[in-house]
Design a protein. Sequence first.
Length: 329
Amino acid sequence: MTTTATRPARSTKQHQFVGLSAAFGIGMLVAVQSRLNGELGHVLADGVAAALISFGSGLLILLIGTALVPPIRRALGTVWRQIRTPMRGYGGLRWWQCLGGLAGAYLVATQSITVSVIGVAVFTVAVVAGQAVSSLVVDRLGFGPAGPQPYTTLRVVGAVLALGAVVLAVSSQLSHPDGLLLAVLPALGGVGTAVQQAINGRVARTAAPNAYGAVAAGVVNFLVGFVALLAVFLADLALRGAPHHLPSEPWLYLGGACGVIFISAAAAVVRVVGVFVLGLGTIAGQLIASLFIDLFVPAADKAVTFPVVAGTMLALVAVIVAAVPNLRR
């Protein structure tokens, strides 16, 4: 006979599995967006312009949704009221916790600048290098909606394995120092990604305890990122002039739509699995998708080597190890 205490425990485990699966999907979308924005930046010969188009199209989708769906508008109103009169103590929302879009804007800009040179796989593992460690620290400091999360042996081992997967995946690139230096840009983007996921999760929780809150967090994220990119683009326009003509291929403009999906999904999922496990699930999804992208639709002339495949498998092991404490709760 199933007891009342057993049902919540089973429900929690199901939520953890669903959240981890969603994190894999989010990571795959990030890799797809990297490929799209990298190609768009290559065609335009302007990474900032490509990032602005990506963020602008995503913001347009979200603004249309906001205009059509009243609960999203109410959720955004809640965020605005909370910023104006924040609660005291833990759980309140401060204005700086709405700036996750800055990290997103930086990451999208690095996609547009670096992917066509170093390839999706190397870009991805560079992001992973920053995200794997920073997500562990971000969880410990309590930036996310779940509050401070302690260091545990399995979580630390998972982070170390994730870093080992990165080193293994890029080991074949050690003879090309130029490409590795360029990979520093997305590595810094990975550090920002962990912070972005944490504070976007806070915005989503404050906005509404449902999917509308996650979409509202996406609106805030894209609005902040678009304004930042627009300022940089205008300065770049004055210094270097206009980018090349816009490409005619419609699929190159889908990066913004991908961003809308995974930013909103991450804001919802982070409340279930925490920043660290969300980050590792995203890492695994990115590595797998980037591997297939570089195999079948490569963005750069980079062969997929055995170390890249082995690094991907090791990243999967890292996700399983790090997720064990969450799945046992």
